[in-house]
Design a binder for this molecule. Structure first.
Ligand SMILES: *[C@@H]1O[C@H](CO)[C@@H](O)[C@H](O)[C@H]1NC(C)=O
Ligand SMILES: *[C@@H]1O[C@H](CO)[C@@H](O)[C@H](O)[C@H]1NC(C)=O
Ligand SMILES: [Mn+2]
Length: 586
């Protein structure tokens, strides 16, 4: 019984345990089920959340896309930040507004793309632009030594560094005597301490190679060139602007010529570096000449040179523009440059005439190439034209003898112009001392092309006595028809009357020339090239009629259909004309 109780108790216990166990298992299962349920719930929440997030991401992406479209549009709008800038008309990089402002500011300051120059290699490789025959020429190694003068006024530091690297890397080390930096009064801070640091870095491997001449204020290009030359000690001096890069093999073809004739003044051939994208493109070799305003211009070489059919050969040139390479002592003997020139213009032409007339000669060397940045604007004084006129009249006074009035005519100033050209007595003494030949000799022998302006009788405005407030004017160039216009006496109204009977009008009077012609029919006069022969000769005496030699008709004025006076060609009615300045009576 006792056992029965015990058994009963044990059974009850077992049953309880069993119950508890089952309950707990059940609970666990329930719990698991619940977990599962929970997990499912959570999963669905999560997946909902993921979907939600995805949606959010999607809408974010849409927002980003919209933003980037807006930004792109903003960048596009920023391209128009400086729509009138010469830089951004030519150059279309993807720049932020801030970068554009920086680039434009630098461009305004320097006249070329400094923003880009600061970002391209200082020792960049230039494209090969030389004639293929230049590449195989051999030069002796015992050539004269050369000093390279680099002149600058507020040039960009990266441009100067690039010029220096090009000279060091592309000139045989045993021939490169030195590089002389002439600072013509820059105010740019980069060109003080930073340039000095650069110089000392170069001097670690090439002690003393770089020398610096500095003016505290601008003395002008001519002074700067003279002082660069005076500071040089090499046998040959190359006088360059600092916005250049010399090409591979630039020095040897120059030095070999000067070694053979120390009285040669040479110029390499420039390649053009665009002011906007800094890319280099070749120019064909050309002679350096000038017109009667004594402004430099490119010319063809002589026919003989072209007949040789070898573009690698040196060619004679009437003058030299800007860049020049010369025997250092010979340059001194012939009077270097005229220190009486102001700021800019005239000095090259003066040198050209003097070198030839006083026993030397000038050559362009096509195998020697120098890439030169063509600035969009110059850093010198605003009124360059007045300075160029003054310098041209100075050159004329010393060197042009009886031809000097051609220069007055080109600038449309009277014979006695009264413009202060400075003291020329020292220059005239030099001309005598060197026993230089006449300007007539120079024209006949060196520069026959200049003769087209020969035998000028009168120049200036042409006025009809019926209306003395009206002048003959070149009119719209493309219309090719001279007109009557209120007198302002500027270039478009400057006429030339020559002994040949030609009348040229306007800007072209200085250049090749557009001559007034009677087309033979109709009432309107027109222009044609002076080199053509059609009806271009006129009989004219000061204060009398202007009558065409071929057609017998006269240049006259008459009231046109619009009620205003017009320029006509018609049967002569006895109208009279006066030209402003007379060189020789006619
Ligand atoms: C111009 O003169 C010519 C010859 O003298 C004559 O035949 C012609 O009719 C004249 N023309 C005018 C418009 O008077
Ligand atoms: C032109 O000059 C002459 C004298 O040379 C004169 O007789 C004539 O009247 C003048 N003609 C005109 C339109 O003034
Ligand atoms: Mn230049």
């Amino acid at each position: 019984m006792r056992l029965g109780w015990m058994r009963g108790l044990a059974l009850a216990l077992a049953a309880t345990v069993m119950f508890l166990y089952v309950t707990s298992v059940k609970k666990e299962v329930w719990a698991n089920e619940e977990h599962l349920h929970q997990a499912q719930k959570e999963l669905s929440v999560i997946s909902k959340e993921i979907l939600q997030r995805l949606k959010e991401i999607e809408s974010h992406a849409q927002v980003i896309a919209r933003h980037s479209a807006v930004m792109k549009r903003e960048i596009k709008a920023a391209e128009n930040l400086f729509p009138n800038s010469r830089l951004f008309k030519m150059w279309h990089p993807e720049l932020s507004e801030g970068e554009q402002r920086e680039a434009e500011e630098l461009f305004q300051k320097y006249g070329y793309n400094v923003f880009l120059s600061d970002r391209i290699a200082l020792d960049r490789v230039l494209p090969e632009t030389r004639d293929h025959r230049c590449l195989t020429k051999k030069y002796p190694s015992d050539l004269p030594t050369i000093s390279v003068v680099l002149i600058y006024l507020d040039e960009a530091l990266s441009v100067i560094k690039r010029a220096i690297y090009s000279v060091i890397n592309r000139t045989p080390a045993h021939l490169l005597k030195e590089i002389i930096l002439v600072d013509d009064g820059s105010t740019n801070e980069d060109l003080q301490e930073k340039l000095n640091v650069f110089i000392s870095v170069i001097h670690e491997s090439k002690p003393g190679l770089l020398k610096k001449v500095r003016y505290s204020e601008p003395k002008g290009l001519t002074q700067a060139r003279i002082s660069g030359w005076a500071a040089a000690s090499g046998e040959v001096v190359a006088i360059f602007d600092a916005h250049i890069e010399v090409h591979v093999g630039w020095a040897e073809p120059l030095l070999v010529r000067i070694k053979s004739d120390r009285k040669l003044v040479l110029s390499p051939v420039f390649d053009k570096v665009n002011f906007h994208n800094m890319k280099v493109s070749p120019y064909p070799a050309a002679a350096h000449g000038f017109d009667w305003s004594l402004t430099c211009r490119y010319e063809y070489f002589s026919q003989e040179w072209y007949k040789l059919n070898d573009q690698s050969l040196p060619a004679k040139s009437p003058s030299v523009m800007g860049i020049l390479v010369v025997d250092r002592l010979f340059f001194g003997e012939i009077g270097a440059l005229d220190a009486g020139m102001n700021t800019y213009g005239g000095e090259n032409v003066e040198l050209g005439i003097r070198v030839w007339s006083c026993g030397g000669s000038i050559e362009i060397i096509p195998c020697s190439k120098v890439a030169h940045i063509e600035r969009a604007h110059k850093p010198y004084a605003r009124d360059l034209v007045a300075l160029m006129k003054r310098n041209a009249l100075r050159v004329a006074e010393v060197w042009l003898d009886e031809y000097k009035f051609n220069v007055n005519a080109a600038w449309n100033v009277p014979r006695d112009h009264g413009i202060d050209i400075g003291d020329v007595s020292e220059r005239k003494r030099l001309k005598e001392k060197l026993q230089c030949k006449s300007f007539k000799w120079y024209i006949d022998t060196v520069y026959p092309r200049l003769r087209s302006q020969d035998e000028l009788l009168g120049y200036g405005v042409l006025i009809n006595s019926l209306r003395t407030d009206l002048c003959i004017d070149q009119g719209v160039l493309s219309a090719n028809t001279p007109i009557l216009y209120a007198c302002h006496r500027m270039f478009s109204q400057t006429c030339n009357y020559r002994k040949t009977g030609e009348i040229s009008v306007g800007q072209s009077a200085v250049q090749e020339g557009r001559c007034l012609v009677d087309p033979g029919s109709g009432r309107l006069p027109s222009f044609d090239k002076c080199s053509k022969l059609l009806h271009k000769y006129w009989d004219f005496k000061q204060g009398q009629s202007i009558k065409n030699r071929d057609t017998g008709r006269c240049l006259e004025i008459d009231i046109g259909q619009n009620g205003y006076y017009q320029l006509y060609i018609q049967n002569c009615s006895g109208q009279n004309w006066t030209i402003q300045y007379v060189i020789k009576d006619f």
